[in-house]
Each structure stands twice: as structure tokens, then as C-alpha cells.
Design a protein around this ligand. Sequence first.
Ligand SMILES: [Zn+2]
Length: 341
Amino acid sequence: MKTRLFLTAFACTLGLGASLISAAHAQGTELKWYKGNTHTHTSNSSGGDSAPDAVARWYREHGYQFVFITDHDEYLTDVEPLNALLGRRDWFLVLPGQEIGERIRRANGEHVGLHMNALFTTETLYPETSIESAVAPALAQGALVQFNHPNYVWSVKPADLDTVPDGALIEVWNGLDGINNLGGDDGQGDVRPSAEGYWDYLLSRGKIIWGVGADDAHVFKGESATPGRAWIVVRAPELTPDAIKTAMTKGEFYASTGLVLDDIVSDANSLTVKIAESESNPPRYLTRFVGQGGEILAEVAGLNPSYRFRGNETYVRASIIDSNGRRAWTQPVFRDGRAIR
Ligand SMILES: [Zn+2]
């Protein structure tokens, strides 16, 4: 039943016809959830304290099915030996990537430090001076691009992201300390939105952008270790690079800092989320359905929040928080006809 519901939601999101739905049913496509991290460093990055095999092993041993190794300093870590050591079919997969410290130049000559992940890359990428010139060589390799921690050292302003392409990912939660996920006001007129607010800024401009949670972990040893703080869960038919990439491209995943979602269902009338129940000491949940301009369209308590579309929304997404501060974010449902083509 979950598969049927999902395929309906999937088809609605993408604007696909009924023929594809029945074709998928006929093939008996079974979709599964795969937990993964899109932003991780090894000792091939400055500040990284653990060798690539130790980093991949950490994720394998902590309930993840995949991890992207995204070293910086213009270094693309080879994941093939990691998969030979730790990969196993439908069990665990190490994926390649890179974090590039772009040095974007504003029209007034100011420089902006903007960190971009290129996921699924095969060739080393180097910093560029505009988003277009940074994105082009990544997309030419078939990469997905992810824009990281927009409030890190308060470098990026929303308008700096105006040329982010459709299909890009943005970190709505980064697991490092001091990364300013929630935004803030400096008391002198400089107000920055939360990372989630940057997402709404881009969505409200008509873009197709998917929200991710990611660790950005550099330290895996000792008391200052930070892995396991934020991740995504992808719904795909199998754990292969192609299947994960296809699902991520279509936004078939949710982001989390601790909450587990059993299902996300959208049809012509509504968006409904099924939150997995905690086994003991149940917390309370609040889901905010968010639309154009970051407006909170509705707040719903409980494990099965649902929002009925009014008809004038451009997009609707669900942002969930529990009474312990753990969060999850669904991808937006587009109600204005925009779609990845
Ligand atoms: Zn990083």
C-alpha cells in the first residue's frame, strides 16, 4: 500500500501520467528508504582527523546505507577502494563528491565565500568566481550540486544565491557547531534568515530546490566528534549510485536531525506526513506546513499531520519539530506547475 501511495505522490509531483504509474506497478517496483549523508570529510581535508576507510566505516556502523565523501582543498577522494572494503549490495555504498570553496564576486566587487558540494563527481573541480561558472563543470560531469551552510561566518546573503540552478540541494541543517543554522539579527540592521529561510527564498522565486541535512563532520575521534547529527533518507528501488541519484534528482527524500518519517503522501488534494512513533517516552510533534515567502500555512500536532490545498499555493512543504528539538523536513510539493524537465 505504501508503494501505491508513494507512486501516486511521485507521479503527481512530477506531473507524470497514469500510464507510468501502472507500468511501475506492473514491474512490482518496491521502494525502500536509505539513510545517507551528503557532506563528510576525511584526513584528505584540512581539519579532517580520520582516514577515508575509518570515516566510511563510521557511517556503515551507525545505521547509514550510504555516505558521500566530500573532501575540500581541491581533492577528490577515490571511493572505489572504500567500496571494495566496505560496500555491499543493498547494504552500504560509498559515493564520490567534493566540497569546493567558491570565491563568488558580487557586482560591487565584494567577494563571498560560498561552499558548494558536487556529488557524484569523477574529476577534480576548482574554485570559480560565479555560481554559473562553478555549477557548469559540475553539471557537465553529471553531478548534483549542493549549497552548504549559507550562514557560515555570515558570508552569503540570499541574493547571492539568485543564480542557483533548478535541481540544486541546499543545506537546511548542517551538523557543525557555530554554523548559524537558525540565522539572526546583528542588532545593527543586518538580518539573515535561517538556512531553512534561504530555501524558502529560492522556492519563492520559482526555483526547484531540495533541502538536505548533512554532517559536514571533520572530527570523528574524541569528545569533539560531530558525525551523526543531520542526514537525508532517500526513497529508491535499490541502493545503487544510479538509483540514489535518480531519486535525489527528483526530490524523493526527506531531511532529518533525528525524526523518522514512515511515509510522505501527496495527491491532488493534500500533503500528508506519517511520523514514526517513538518506542518509549513519546515526545510531541508539531508540523508546520510552509508556503510562498516562508508563510506558515498551518500548524498541526500529532503523528499524522495533513494539509489540504486551498488552490492558491505555489509550493507547500512540511517542517516538523518534536518536543526535544529534533527535526525533519519534507521536500516541497509544487502546485504551480514547475517541474524538473
Ligand atoms: Zn564541509
